[in-house]
Design a protein around this ligand. Structure first.
Ligand code: ZN
Ligand code: ZN
Length: 378
């Protein structure tokens, strides 16, 4: 299997940031690789290429609702089952909005629907896979439509220092959300993306973009004590008929002076989560997908089920995990309320308390640690 050559990309232009492509001294790790056509591929035996049947299934699941997920059409029922809460920063905007002095608590997470969480870690506000649009699609009249509204707008967010993008699929890289975030925060906010996505963001007008290969790291200017490492995930990428696997996918490990956060992105189960745990664990918090897993035969390679999500929680050595990638878009065949039920069952099987891997309501916040960052040197 072809291995990628070490990155020869030059250092970033800000003096405070670590050199782009900086690598920690790591032991044996799985490197990213490309196939003979130059497209990124997955290096694990757990990966199987999505077959035409999966493509057909995804196409139909995107177009229609022939699936068995039974998402109710009644807003009243949905409000009872999956309430959308008003986030604390919308309720008390004066304390956080437009305030450059606002310092996040030690570690706090807010679920904003699907794979989007706001993580406040050691003074930095970090957003994952921002998704504030109605549809995960290039078209706003066709494609997977959200059945739970976003709990806030981009305008209502507190200051965002960094955005982590896991891959190019429409439910994770949303053009409308990128445009809104860019127009509000501009170059003050850093975008972290896997290899091959920088051009897309630059074309979208973003200036402060860092693209990394697996195991490469960088940081936010002025915050050299928090390291962002692009780490592996088992998935794929595509936005158009011709660009499948032209850009890399990944997870992200955020290593602060006091707290550590792991964002799994969108992934099937693979052995690299053990490597991530060995090198960067334990994590105080991980955001791990639990939804979009049925039919299993078609989706196993690219989406974990709740049981495998708990395995990732253990592999990366997470103290706590928050469930993502469920309860927002119709993408698969499982009953729409099943992911948290099966998550609880999987935790019980392993004698893990339910608060170790929790779900949040849309817009809900959980404070995990209020301890403030102390000076720390690697
Ligand atoms: Zn995906
Ligand atoms: Zn996804």
């Amino acid at each position: 299997m072809e291995q990628t050559a070490p990155s020869d990309r030059k250092g970033s232009d800000d003096k405070l940031a670590k050199v782009d492509g900086d690598k920690r001294l790591l032991g044996e790790v799985t490197k990213s690789c490309r196939d003979k056509h130059g497209r990124w591929s997955n290096p694990w035996p757990t990966w199987t290429r999505p077959c035409w049947l999966a493509d057909l299934f995804l196409l139909f699941s995107n177009i229609g609702t022939f699936l068995n997920n039974n998402v109710p059409t009644s807003e009243e029922v949905l409000d009872a089952e999956l309430p959308v809460m008003v986030p604390y920063f919308v309720q008390r905007p004066s304390s956080v909005l437009n305030s450059s002095e606002y310092t996040a608590p030690g570690l706090q997470v807010t679920w904003l629907g699907h794979a989007c969480v706001l993580v406040e870690l050691d003074g930095l506000n970090i957003l994952t896979d921002p998704m504030f649009s109605q549809r995960a699609s290039p078209l706003q009249f066709l494609g997977p439509k959200r059945y739970r509204r976003p709990p806030c707008t981009v305008q209502q967010l507190p200051r965002i220092d960094a955005v982590l993008i896991s891959h190019s699929h429409y439910d994770h890289l949303d053009a409308g959300s990128v445009a809104s975030l860019n127009s509000r925060f501009g170059g003050e906010m850093r975008w972290f993306v896997p290899l091959g996505l920088k051009d897309w963001l630059v074309k979208a007008g973003c200036e402060n973009v860092v693209e990394l290969d697996w195991w490469e790291e960088n940081c936010v200017p002025g915050h050299v004590d928090v390291t962002f490492v692009c780490t592996p995930a088992q998935h794929w990428s595509q936005r158009t008929a011709l660009d499948s696997n032209n850009s890399l996918w990944g997870s992200w490990s955020v290593l602060g002076p006091v707290h550590r956060f792991f964002f799994a992105g969108d992934t099937g189960y693979c052995s690299s989560f053990l490597e991530i745990g060995r090198h960067f664990g334990p994590f105080n918090l991980a955001a791990i997908p639990i939804g979009a897993y049925l039919p299993r035969d078609l989706l196993r390679a690219q989406h974990v089920d709740p049981e495998e999500a708990v395995q990732i929680h253990e592999d990366v050595q997470a103290e706590h995990s928050v469930a993502i990638h469920w309860g927002t878009f119709i993408l698969s065949n499982e009953y729409y309320l099943d992911p948290p039920v099966h998550l609880r069952e999987a935790l019980e099987k392993k004698n893990l308390p339910p608060d170790r891997f929790f779900t949040l309501n849309h817009g809900e916040t959980r404070l995990l640690s209020s301890s403030q960052a102390r000076p720390f040197h690697w």
